[in-house]
Design a protein around this ligand. Structure first.
Ligand SMILES: Cc1cc2nc3c(=O)[nH]c(=O)nc-3n(C[C@H](O)[C@H](O)[C@H](O)COP(=O)(O)OP(=O)(O)OC[C@H]3O[C@@H](n4cnc5c(N)ncnc54)[C@H](O)[C@@H]3O)c2cc1C
Ligand code: FES
Length: 263
């Protein structure tokens, strides 16, 4: 893990209220894995005092990208930064996704800005699968088609992509989990990867069936980002018949086996 100041290469709006930031961060780029995150200081002063966790959207050739929704104080400050500005970054942090073995049938499910870490995952899966990208199905959802981040890039990578939109402007009218439920019956999936808001993850738990391995990236408010403060604790099953315990999203996750989470 590095804690350094890195220069912003770009910080541009990609869809309304969402920006793509590129950092010149060679050390992080060379070690980053899909599902890991950065912990960023969002201003040069003490406000906000806590860093904000943002997933690694992509990393390549010395550059690290984050795709973020302007949610509140911290991300609003990030949005004001421009090319040449410096950001204090910790990363790469956390435990990422387990990559699939070639030949496994895979679904990747993202809700809203939950698509952010899935892009990096798809890049890696693309390298493993080569021309067999039709064994991977991608399901993304948002309120309306125009608010789905990164759809064009995912299609360009060659993955079959289905988009659910609440207003009917996508391939399916409704939630991404409803679309997944309908399609998954015919897919004999070995693995499912997902990221999205808590209601989406809860709905997915009821839709996924017993067979595939399911990994989800969990969002929780964070303090230190390195396992020391316990502010990111989430409830997990302790074991067969053993009740529950707590895990730290920053170091035990943010990617967890869905069936171990107490939702
Ligand atoms: C491991 C991880 C990876 C993440 N990756 C991304 C990403 O790639 N892109 C992205 O846009 N967002 C991501 N998030 C969520 C992001 O961290 C929050 O949106 C951000 O911290 C909000 O900060 P803020 O100061 O702008 O908003 P605040 O003013 O702090 O809060 C605004 C709203 O966001 C909610 N919120 C605050 N922190 C979190 C949090 N950690 N998780 C969920 N909701 C939160 C608050 O409850 C409130 O409703 C990730 C969160 C985690 C834990
Ligand atoms: S954020 Fe401090 S332990 Fe996870």
């Amino acid at each position: 893990m590095f804690n350094k100041k890195y220069t912003i290469v770009k910080n541009e709006e990609v869809i309304p209220g969402h920006r793509l930031m590129c950092l010149n961060a060679p050390e992080i780029a060379s070690r980053a894995a899909p599902g890991q995150f950065l912990h960023l200081r969002c201003g040069d002063g003490q406000d906000p005092i806590l860093r904000r966790p943002l997933s690694i959207h992509f990393a390549d050739r010395g550059r690290v990208y984050i795709l973020y929704r302007i949610a509140g104080r911290g991300t609003s400050r990030l949005a004001l930064m421009a090319r040449g500005d410096i950001v204090d970054v910790m990363g790469p942090l956390g435990r990422g996704f387990t990559l699939p073995a070639p030949g496994e049938r895979v679904a990747v499910v993202g809700g809203g800005i939950g698509a952010a870490p899935l892009f990096f995952l798809l890049k890696k899966i693309g390298k493993i699968y080569g021309k067999k990208k039709d064994m991977v199905r991608v399901f993304l959802g948002a309120s309306t088609l125009a608010m789905v981040p990164g759809a064009a890039q995912i299609r360009k990578m060659g993955f079959p992509l289905d988009i659910a939109a609440d207003d009917g402007s996508g391939d399916f009218k409704g939630t991404v989990v409803d679309m997944f439920r309908k399609e998954a019956k015919n897919l004999a999936l070995d693995r499912v990867y997902a990221c999205g808001p808590p209601p989406m993850i809860r709905a997915l738990a009821g839709a996924v069936g017993p067979d595939p391995a399911v990994e989800v990236s969990v969002e929780e408010r964070m303090g230190c980002g390195v396992g020391a403060c316990l502010s990111c604790a989430c409830k997990v099953r302790a074991g067969e018949g053993e009740g529950f315990g707590y895990a730290r999203v920053c170091t035990d996750g943010p990617v967890f086996d869905l069936r171990k989470l107490v939702l």
